[in-house]
Write a protein of this length. Structure first.
Length: 456
């Protein structure tokens, strides 16, 4: 009996290591199922009953760190339910790294398989996964604790010590986990400027990625010790540059498009305009907090935000989207094509064909998912007059951004299930789904190369 048990364990460990995508899909699906069951528990519900489809959407949104909700969280969930939702967000924010560590470190696979599995999930090459996991968890908890303390004065002033403390904890976890659930009807518009800047900083740190946080932490320790810090990896350097560019682009673009509109920035003083113009594009990349009514934004502004949501954050982070490095690879490939260079270059390095193929796959499947999701919403809701609003919901769900143009609560049950599927695909990632069904051994026979095919 013991021998059979050990054999089953070895078989399971070998299966998880050989098929890492399947482990990731199964793990996230199990978390969503557990979260839905917890939200349907009578002790987790408030005075307003929670339907199963709304509980499924809420649990998926929490585990996938999205922030989309078809109900008012403060009304339908009891204090225990709100704590359970916060726990789901915390687990979902760190589950990717934990699951990756689990299946990459299991079994006796070769170094190439370990490096490939780690790179597939944005953990970088040459990382000590066990040490990385410990450092990131500690750093994440410290960042969220500091955020809680900074948010506490505003929350206590608004809600009192009991509920204010819980709200401070929830907003700190939601901001770092990039899951901006709304606890007030006006989003977070009632918070002070320092509190909004705190949320913006938490969102930005959560979207940097586990490897980048780890490397930045090492640089801080080296400088404190009087040592020369090690150079950041290409992953971190490209991610930080793209993040800075997108934040600046979003800030300037949002300000130019909404500066004089009376329903949005036009009603605020110039300092408030600058603050909200910087806040919204930052959280639009994956967090979902709102200080303005997105239903009143101009169509060009919605398109700008959809672009920011589609790119998202850095690999291996709590943010969604196709990731900043994917966008950077495509930009480098386009630049090389325009300059008639054979190899794309990025950060002083040549981009390999495998990396370029992976980037093209991610973008292609991302576009297909968004278009298909929008088409499905148009069918389920029967309202083609709100195409841009439906497209915004689809992009927000797939990229786990969590923003809404006040449409999610109005969706039918079928429309809510469409969002559930989009959030799941966006969090797990199409590459992980491809990993789940790809053959473990490379093909031994390659077809002849076609040189006469014209594209473009």
């Amino acid at each position: 009996m013991l021998t059979r048990t050990n054999h089953l364990r070895r078989t399971a460990r070998r299966h998880v290591t050989q098929y890492p995508g399947r482990a990731l899909v199964t793990g996230v699906a199990a978390l969503i199922a557990l979260g839905t069951a917890g939200l349907l528990w009578p002790g987790a519900q408030g005075p307003v009953p929670l339907q199963w489809v709304d509980a499924l959407l809420l649990a998926t949104s929490a585990v996938c760190t999205t922030g989309l909700s078809s109900v008012n969280v403060a009304e339908v969930l009891s204090p225990a339910g709100q704590v359970w939702l916060t726990l789901l967000i915390e687990v979902g924010a760190l589950a990717l790294l934990a699951l990756a560590f689990g299946f990459v470190s299991l079994g006796r696979q070769g170094a190439a398989a370990r490096v490939g599995a780690a790179a597939e999930l944005g953990l970088g090459a040459g990382q000590n996964l066990r040490g990385l996991l410990r450092r990131v968890v500690r750093l994440a908890l410290v960042i969220q604790l500091v955020g809680l303390l900074l948010l506490l004065p505003d929350m206590v002033a608004l809600e009192g010590w009991g509920q204010g403390s819980r709200y401070a904890l929830m907003h700190s976890v939601m901001a770092f986990g990039n899951a901006g659930f709304g606890l007030w009807p006006d989003g977070v518009a009632r918070l002070s400027a320092p509190a909004l800047l705190t949320l913006r900083a938490l969102v930005g740190l959560g979207g940097l990625g586990f490897v980048t946080l780890h490397e930045l932490g090492d640089q801080v320790h080296a400088r404190r010790a009087g040592l020369r810090p090690a150079r950041l990896s290409t992953l971190s350097r490209v991610g930080l540059r793209m993040t800075a560019f997108l934040l600046l682009l979003g800030w300037v673009g949002f300000a130019l498009l909404e500066w004089n509109r009376p329903g949005t920035l036009g009603a605020l003083p110039w300092s408030g305009r600058l603050l909200h113009a910087a806040f919204q594009p930052t959280v639009a990349r994956s967090a979902g907090f709102a200080t303005l009514d997105y239903g009143t934004l101009a169509a060009p502004t919605l398109l700008l935000l959809m672009g920011l949501m589609f790119v998202g954050g850095n690999p291996g982070s709590t943010a969604g989207g196709i990731k900043t490095t994917t966008a950077a690879v495509l930009v480098a490939a386009t630049r090389a094509g325009l300059r008639r260079r054979q190899d794309p270059e990025l950060a002083g390095r040549r981009i390999g064909s495998a990396t370029l193929t992976r980037a093209l796959t991610v973008v292609t499947l991302g576009v297909v998912s968004v278009v298909t999701g929008t088409f499905a919403l148009m069918l389920t809701e029967g309202d083609q007059d709100r195409t841009i609003a439906l497209a915004f919901e689809a992009v927000s769900a797939f990229t786990t951004a969590g923003l809404s143009v006040n449409l999610t609560p109005q969706l039918s049950s079928a429309g809510k299930l469409v969002l559930v599927v989009l959030m799941f695909l966006g969090r797990v990632g199409f590459l992980s789904l491809l990993l789940a069904f790809r053959p473990t051994k490379p093909a031994l026979v390659r077809l002849p190369e076609e040189r006469d095919l014209t594209v473009g």
